[in-house]
Design a protein around this ligand. Structure first.
Ligand SMILES: NC(=O)C1=CN([C@@H]2O[C@H](COP(=O)(O)OP(=O)(O)OC[C@H]3O[C@@H](n4cnc5c(N)ncnc54)[C@H](OP(=O)(O)O)[C@@H]3O)[C@@H](O)[C@H]2O)C=CC1
Ligand SMILES: O=C(O)[C@@H]1CCC=N1
Length: 275
């Protein structure tokens, strides 16, 4: 694709998206720019062919599509520093914001406050870190100025490493918490399941690998079989068998209520971060 792609903030999530993009060859690293306050933190990017700078304005000047990858509380600072270092305040830019909780309206107002671009469009996304290995999910909401062609470009960039779906903005909180925070919840589950096998005598490395593959495979079964997870669960539980004993232990530990509470807590916190 014949445009330069920028990242303002090259931390965990931006790096995962960068990895997804370069591993799938959907955009050449020579046309990717990244900025952040510590150049030494951007070594991975330059080692993989991107251009790194400490000036946000340089990314702004050189790129047509720019991912905002700073923490939500750094939005104003990042935009202020674009303003200070750009040579071309009035250019057309498509911003892609991954900032948890920050609405399109908030992002647009902040951009308008610090930058007098001739044309600004905003796409809000909620990605997740498994995009780094091509197994992510990313939802997005474009503002009303984003064209179908631009949506297609965004879907091509993100869809190379994620299931990429357009959603109405009012679902960004709940689905965003599930998608964005969920991997951390699942890492806990995988670690705990492996601990269970280790407790019964299994070697740690085998237990972890098998737990991860089992969780990945279970997700694939839900996606590919088209069956409800309750039915898939029943297919594993023989009457009087071992699995139903494990299920009973999980219910005693309120696993389902705990998972629901986790997504609820993350959704509430995401809303707070947006204020
Ligand atoms: N991590 C995740 O799983 C997900 C994160 N997100 C969102 O992604 C965003 C980034 O999160 P995450 O990657 O985890 O955080 P990180 O802390 O890993 O990355 C933030 C990056 O921003 C850089 N930075 C700080 N200040 C500025 C500035 N003024 N200008 C430019 N860059 C700056 C930091 O540089 P330095 O390190 O040099 O200080 C750092 O590399 C957040 O808004 C978060 O809500 C969304 C979905 C999932
Ligand atoms: O917790 C965080 O800061 C980010 C937001 C979404 C997922 N992780």
């Amino acid at each position: 694709m014949n445009f330069n792609l920028g990242f303002i903030g090259g931390g965990n999530m931006s790096t995962a998206i960068f990895n997804g993009i370069i591993k799938s060859n959907v955009h050449p690293p020579s046309k990717i720019w990244v900025s952040g306050p510590h150049i030494e933190h951007l070594k991975y990017w330059t080692e993989n062919g991107a251009t790194a700078t400490i000036e946000n304005g340089v990314v702004f000047d050189n790129c047509e599509i720019i991912f905002l990858g700073v923490k939500p509380d750094k939005l104003d600072t990042a935009l202020k520093t674009i303003n200070k270092t750009t040579k071309n305040l009035t250019k057309k830019v498509l911003f892609v914001s991954m900032l948890a909780g920050k609405s399109i309206d908030t992002i647009q107002k902040a951009i308008t406050c610090y930058l007098s671009c001739a044309s600004i469009s905003v796409v809000r996304i909620m990605p997740n870190t498994p995009m780094a290995v091509g197994a992510g999910i990313c939802i997005y909401t474009p503002d009303s100025t984003v064209s179908d062609t631009e949506c297609h470009i965004i879907e091509t960039l993100l869809g190379s490493s994620a299931l990429c779906e357009k959603v109405p903005e009012n679902l960004m909180g709940s689905l965003g918490a599930l998608i964005g925070c969920g991997p951390a919840f699942m890492y806990l589950v995988i670690e705990a399941l492996a601990d269970g096998a280790v407790k019964q005598g299994a070697p740690r490395a085998l237990a972890l690998r098998h737990a991860a593959q089992m969780v990945a495979g279970s997700g694939q079964m839900v996606l590919k079989s088209g069956k409800h997870p309750g039915l898939l669960k029943d297919e594993v539980c023989s009457p009087g068998g071992s699995t139903i004993c494990g299920i009973s232990a999980l219910e005693n530990g309120s696993l389902r209520a705990t998972m629901i509470n986790a997504v609820e807590a993350a959704t509430h916190r995401t809303k707070e971060l947006g204020k």
